[in-house]
Ligand binder design. Structure first.
Ligand code: ATP
Length: 475
């Protein structure tokens, strides 16, 4: 295992130990590739969401937000191409007629192997899946003599495609006409509402529609914590432009989205653009924004120039015109679309990986260390922790008054247990940027000690200034 793999494991453990991310329904041994956000994780996630929402909608006069339903008319997914093209490989046993997802079949086999050997098979499988090498997958299954759990034979069909959408039934009658899907992306909720928003909002092209919401994919390779989940959240924006201007808008959004990432203070060398080599047939251009995770450079966000593909498809399938009359050029047209699509959970993972630091603070006299989450103050789950030095002499009361004053504006945490040093460490571990200690001097001159998470420096400031100091850093 490389050091970075160790770091990734340490981050996963930290997320669990400090209430950021738990495996879903853990008391029942969890559910594969599904996770729950804990008390600090849900705050962090919400802060990331708010930061994106504000920068996309409030700060852009020509972008508005919507919140579409997860369930959509099934024809939506015919039109979008997901019914026919959104798929993964599967295989059938000819004797038992049992159908397996290729990854599940191989994973079950790997469980029976020693760890190192199993990992080698998984790596081989991941490579073949990535290459869409179905013949290679079948050869792997045959070479390893993997058998069906029902028939016990290895009499397999060829590997074929399996759709990644989850389906369920609408209403109480089970028949095919009632089959609907959990949306695999939020974008289609925006496309089908294009005219609703354009007309009621009196929007003029170019304009955008943003949305944050859950998406569901029955992912085939899902073993990297919250990097690839079966239930996840997307933050998407579709920007509608006049045909012919898409190249310049694509460049603009590519730049603007990278600036958004860098505005959080991340080292630019941790980011890179990666152009798509294989473009979808309708796409003009597509690029990923990749981040240097401990598991390597990986996609966090995609920027896609989608032409008029989606609106045209919906126009054809719904038989409703999805056009815009451009008064500047006196023309009707189906707008072209630039999409920016970022995974909220992946941005969460990025934020956590980027913040996590193990520090050795040993001195010749004493061994010491800490884990600190250096979250941007804007995103930190708790902004300010307030500690009375002791539990008596009126110090808790003064500390509580400060909490009461500040909690209207941002999230605070009050604690009086253990030594101040231990309390600082606990706040470092959840990434609280400011800690304030109320002591006996506070009663004399109205000052408190403020301690900064990253530098660990401490200074005395007037109690009455604390709220503004914090507000200045988080706005
Ligand atoms: P990948 O190639 O990683 O499967 P994708 O290219 O299919 O991703 P898009 O369909 O472009 O992804 O989705 C946009 C964003 O949604 C991705 O950049 C990613 O951040 C996020 N995302 C996609 N699938 C998942 C998933 N299974 N779990 C978490 N986030 C996801």
């Amino acid at each position: 295992m490389s050091t970075d793999q160790n770091k990734f494991q340490a981050i996963i453990s930290h997320c669990k130990e400090y209430g950021f991310v738990f495996p879903s329904s853990e008391i029942y041994d969890g559910l594969s590739a599904v996770y729950d956000y804990g008390q600090y994780g849900s705050e962090l996630k919400k802060n990331i969401k708010d930061y994106w929402w504000k920068s996309m909608t409030q700060l852009h006069e020509n972008i508005v937000g919507i919140d579409a339903a997860i369930f959509m008319h099934p024809t939506t997914w015919k039109a979008s191409g997901h019914v026919d093209n959104f798929s993964d490989p599967m295989i059938d046993n000819k004797d038992s007629k049992k159908r397996y997802r290729v990854d599940h079949l191989i994973e079950a086999y790997v469980e029976t192997l020693p760890e190192a050997e199993g990992n080698a098979v998984l790596a081989q499988m991941d490579e073949l899946l990535k290459e869409n090498d179905f013949a290679g997958l079948k050869t792997l299954i045959e070479e390893k003599k993997i058998t069906c759990s029902v028939s016990g034979t290895s009499n397999w069909t060829d590997v074929r495609q399996f759709n990644l959408m989850f389906s369920t039934q609408l209403g109480s009658v089970t028949d095919e006409a009632n089959e609907i899907y959990l949306r695999p992306e939020t974008a289609q909720g925006i496309f089908v509402n294009f005219l609703n928003v354009q007309k009621t909002g009196r929007m003029k092209v170019p304009f955008g529609i943003a949305q944050i919401g859950k998406a569901f994919r029955n992912e085939i390779v899902a073993r990297q914590f919250i990097f690839r989940m079966r239930e996840f959240e997307q933050m998407e924006m579709q920007f509608f432009v006049r045909p012919g201007t898409q190249k310049e808008w694509y460049e603009k959004w590519k730049e603007e989205r990278m600036q958004w990432h860098l505005s959080l203070g991340t080292d630019p060398s941790k980011y890179r653009f990666k152009d798509h080599v294989k473009l979808a047939h309708y796409a003009d251009a597509a690029v990923d924004i990749e981040f240097d995770f401990p598991i390597g450079f990986k996609e966090v966000e995609g920027i896609h120039s989608r032409g008029d593909f989606d609106l045209k498809q919906h126009q054809e399938y719904s038989k409703k015109k999805l056009q815009y009359f451009d008064t500047e050029i006196n023309q009707n047209y189906v707008p072209y679309v630039i999409e920016t699509s970022i995974g909220l959970d992946r941005m969460f993972l990025l934020t956590v990986c980027n913040a996590y630091e193990e520090q050795d603070l040993s001195t010749p006299e004493k061994a010491d260390s800490r884990v600190v989450m250096k979250f941007p103050a804007k995103l930190a789950p708790i902004k300010l922790a307030v500690f009375p030095l002791t539990k008596k002499d009126g110090l808790p009361e003064t500390a509580q008054l400060l909490v009461n004053e500040c909690k209207q504006h941002f999230h605070c945490y009050y604690e009086e247990k253990d030594s101040i040093g231990k309390r600082y460490r606990r706040q470092d571990a959840i990434g609280t940027p400011f800690c304030v200690t109320v002591d006996h001097q506070t009663k004399e001159d109205g000052t408190v000690t403020i301690r900064y998470r990253d530098s660990m420096e401490q200074e005395r400031v007037p109690l009455t200034e604390v709220k503004n100091i914090v507000l200045n850093k988080i706005m």
